[in-house]
Design a protein. Structure first.
Lengths: 79, 412
């Protein structure tokens, strides 16, 4: 799956967690812009893991701050 | 690289404490409302496992982990006094140097006998047992799969080690299997579970979870801190109760709950387990427990092997309190009593603190638990029962809760 397709599927998954309807770009930050707390992060990560059948360990999550980095990580993890 | 400053220049001072400002502010607001500080209580005198004098008031203790009431057991106290006289007040050394006395070996043998397992390793606290074992056995490119509601000592053990950390939703068997399934087959895997989760007092479906962990070739560690001495026919914990203790590779436990003193341990049948004593840093680089502590622990552990009547009474207390509080209209952490912890869910921190204070004025101490220690940002009044609470005390407790709940406006 290419980056664009992956991004589209993640964009759909993020919607229920995007309570304030923030416009999502690659630069959107999960903690600062979307105000995700640790529980939201867990639920959101689980949704992505199940959608793409991958694991994003907490060690990997620590490196992901914004939406663009998440898409890149998911693209890489599907290889 | 930044340039070196010349002698007459200084940079602005960054206060490393400013990160704590939100918490400082939250505490200030809470205390400004006039409630007693819930995190600064002093027990002036302790009269028994269930009664102490707090802030000048005689108070029933319902927020200790003294589940089996061993702290004032005459045999336990006598053993401690004798060891203090015979071996002195402390060891002043590591277990692997000068800090292993006859008493340390004796308490490890008592644990082997209690669990019917081959190896036991005693740490200076339960926190260090999780920290040490988890960080040591799961190394680089291994995976730790753990429940999201795991105790801080488990999380810190993960953080201290080099393994990949993969959490799953609390007690969710499917979520756990999905994560195990996706880990590379050749990777080392450790599944970390708890018998009783202490915030809500709920137990884990260990039998099902451990079977799945085994299916994917994972080793299994179960923290039985809140179940030892009480749950299971021999008090070995939830895994014993569910008939799957033989499938557990490592049991972590503590002396600071049912055993009634302080210290932590890991028991295991792993044939190479003894090497842990040389490679586990939280075991090696700290002083061993004082002789009096290991003597009280050994005596207490051996007495807990034959404590069937006390276990039965504690279960009765748990059932009575759960029903009493439920009937009074409180919202509880579990639908049925699953452990010696009955967790009462508060609408918010302010009313939780007010309720905590009202109970203290009634003469009852419970634990106030608040985020981030609690799941789903709940504020909880955590009640932990003791085998030494009498049936009358439990009725008294229900009355106190009901009066305080009405006074604070939590009950209609």
């Amino acid at each position: 799956m290419d980056r664009e397709q992956t991004s589209a599927r993640i964009a759909a998954l993020i919607e229920p967690f995007n309570k304030k309807g923030v416009a999502i770009t690659d630069a959107t930050r999960f903690t600062d812009d979307l105000e995700f707390d640790s529980l939201t992060v867990m639920d959101f990560v689980a949704a992505i893991e199940d959608e793409f059948d991958i694991i994003i360990s907490m060690n990997q999550q620590a490196e992901i701050e914004n939406y663009g980095q998440l898409v890149d990580a998911v693209v890489k993890l599907q290889d | 690289m930044t340039d070196m400053l010349s002698e007459n220049e200084t940079e602005a001072h960054v206060d490393l404490f400013s990160k704590f400002d939100p918490l400082i502010e939250m505490r200030r607001n809470l205390l400004a409302s006039g409630v007693e500080d819930p995190f600064n209580l002093v027990m002036e005198r302790v009269l028994s496992p269930t009664v102490a004098v707090c802030n000048g008031r005689e108070t029933i203790l319902l927020g200790t982990y003294n589940y089996m009431g061993m702290t004032f057991d005459p045999d336990v106290i006598e053993a401690g006094k004798q060891a203090l006289e015979d071996f002195g007040s402390g060891t002043t050394g590591s277990r692997v140097l000068n800090g292993t006395y006859a008493g340390h070996k004796a308490v490890e043998q008592a644990l082997c006998d209690f669990y019917a397992m081959d190896h036991a390793m005693v740490f200076s606290t339960g926190y260090q047992a999780n920290l040490g074992i988890i960080s040591t056995i799961a190394g680089k490119s291994d995976y730790i799969v753990l429940d999201i509601d795991s105790h801080a000592s488990i999380w810190d053990g993960c953080k201290m080690g080099d393994a990949e950390v993969v959490p799953f939703k609390h007690n969710d068997i499917v979520a756990m299997e999905n994560r195990l399934r996706r880990i590379p087959a050749e990777a080392g895997k450790l599944v970390v579970l708890e018998g009783v989760y202490s915030m809500l007092g709920d137990i884990a479906p260990l039998k099902e979870m451990i079977a799945i962990a085994r299916k994917y070739g994972a080793m299994v560690l179960v923290d039985e801190a809140h179940s030892m001495g009480f749950i299971g026919p021999n008090g070995r914990g939830v895994a014993e109760d569910q008939g799957c203790l033989d499938q557990v590779d490592f049991v972590i436990g503590t002396f600071s709950k049912s055993v009634g003193t302080v210290g932590g341990f890991c028991v295991s049948n792993h044939p190479k387990f003894e090497i842990m004593r040389l490679v586990c840093r939280p075991y090696v680089f700290t002083a061993s427990l004082p002789p009096s502590v290991v003597a009280t622990a050994a005596t207490s552990v051996r007495k807990l092997m034959h404590a069937g009547k006390k276990r039965a009474h504690l279960w009765e207390n748990s059932r009575t309190l759960h029903k009493g509080l439920k009937d009074a209209g409180f919202q509880l952490g579990t639908d049925a009593p699953q452990s010696a912890i009955i967790s009462v869910i508060m609408p918010d921190l302010e009313r939780g603190a007010a309720m905590w204070e009202a109970l203290l004025h009634e003469g009852l101490y419970v634990n106030l638990a608040r985020p981030p220690a609690t799941p789903a940002n709940m504020t909880l009044l955590r009640c932990s029962l003791c085998a030494e609470h009498s049936a009358e005390q439990v009725q008294q407790i229900i009355g106190m809760f009901t009066r305080a709940g009405k006074a604070v406006g939590i009950l209609g």
